[in-house]
Write a protein that binds this ligand. Structure first.
Ligand SMILES: Nc1nc2c(ncn2[C@@H]2O[C@H](COP(=O)(O)OP(=O)(O)OP(=O)(O)O)[C@@H](O)[C@H]2O)c(=O)[nH]1
Ligand SMILES: [Zn+2]
Length: 293
């Protein structure tokens, strides 16, 4: 038996990469797996049938699951913002971080388009993310500054890129994987517009091992369906105060003797991150209320 990872699903076939040799086999799945949902990223056991075709015999348990796009076993996410054009949306950045951490996918942050910044833009916020402990990349898909370091970080893992429209996700993917030519094919001579390629989600193999999902992740950007204690755990700088407040079940919102609110007042927890926490908490509370009445 061979251990493989599904990299593309098309026309009833599961294109599966042998994780030892790197060879991609066109596979069918065994009949008894018919009811099991199988998607890109699934790790599977393959058997070579006597006719030389490959059959998926077993699907291994998933470590993580992304719903949109449907990808299994994504290990890390890269949340991308541009330093300029468009301006970074830090609430959305924190929401992406929350979605990733709540889904057990380790996030890193990337600020792209640094070639557009004549002065250090948003350095306070960028430093805040670093201080919390997030790995932060500064890149330019245009000049390729920082791209090599970014590529190294992706090597060996299954990663997904996420971020709002126009920040340079496709450009970064093209920069780390030249020849990929995402998004548009040649310009159509009649309409003079690029042809949009509709394609199924696919894992792009990286030169040194590992994959990048070719489609942006976390496209459902609602506050995740989690409880307030889980929300607090998804904020590393808030989780660090776990058990220190007067009340054991402190939600760090309005309770007295709350070490989190104290840290915000003293500036050791960035107030912009905390204000997003308060917003997410209010959405979670609202949802919980409507669920029970
Ligand atoms: N100056 C500069 N422009 C960039 C950089 N990266 C991307 N761009 C430009 O920004 C625009 C948007 O880039 P895309 O790669 O399409 O952004 P995207 O995040 O994939 O956007 P969506 O497909 O809408 O989600 C394009 O015009 C790119 O040429 C960069 O590092 N520097
Ligand atoms: Zn508290």
């Amino acid at each position: 038996m061979v251990v493989g990872q599904v990299v593309r699903v098309h026309g009833g076939f599961y294109f599966t990469r042998d994780l030892t040799t790197g060879i991609v086999h066109e596979c069918v799945r065994r009949g008894r797996l018919a009811t099991k949902r199988l998607c890109v990223g699934d790790r599977v056991l393959l058997r070579e049938a006597p006719d030389g075709k490959y059959v998926i015999e077993e699907v291994m348990p998933r470590q993580t699951e992304l719903a949109r796009p449907p990808v299994a076993n994504v290990e890390q996410s890269v949340i991308i913002m541009a330093v300029k054009d468009p301006e970074p949306d830090f609430r959305l950045l924190d929401l992406f971080l929350l979605l990733s951490i709540a889904g057990a996918i380790k996030p890193v942050v990337c600020f792209n388009k640094i070639d557009l910044a004549l002065v250090d833009l948003h350095s306070q916020e960028i430093e805040a993310y670093k201080k919390i402990g997030f790995r932060v990349f500064l890149t330019s898909a245009k000049t390729e500054e920082g791209v090599e370091e970014f590529r190294k970080w992706l090597t060996g893992s299954v990663s997904v890129l996420a971020g709002p429209s126009g920040v340079g996700k496709s450009s970064l993917l093209n920069a780390i994987h030249p020849g990929l030519c995402l998004k548009t094919a040649q310009v159509n001579p009649k309409t003079r517009r690029g042809r949009h390629i509709t394609r199924n989600v696919e894992l792009i193999p990286l030169a040194g091992g590992g994959f990048v999902v070719d489609t942006p992740g976390f496209t459902n950007i609602n506050t995740p369906d989690i409880s307030l204690p889980v929300l607090a755990e998804c904020y590393p700088e808030i989780a660090a105060h776990r058990g220190k407040c007067r009340f054991n079940n402190c939600s760090h919102l309005t309770e007295p003797d709350c070490m989190v609110q104290k840290a915000v007042a003293e500036g050791t927890i960035p107030s912009f991150r905390y204000s997003h926490y308060v917003g997410f908490a209010s959405e979670i509370t609202k949802r919980e209320r409507t669920r029970y009445f």
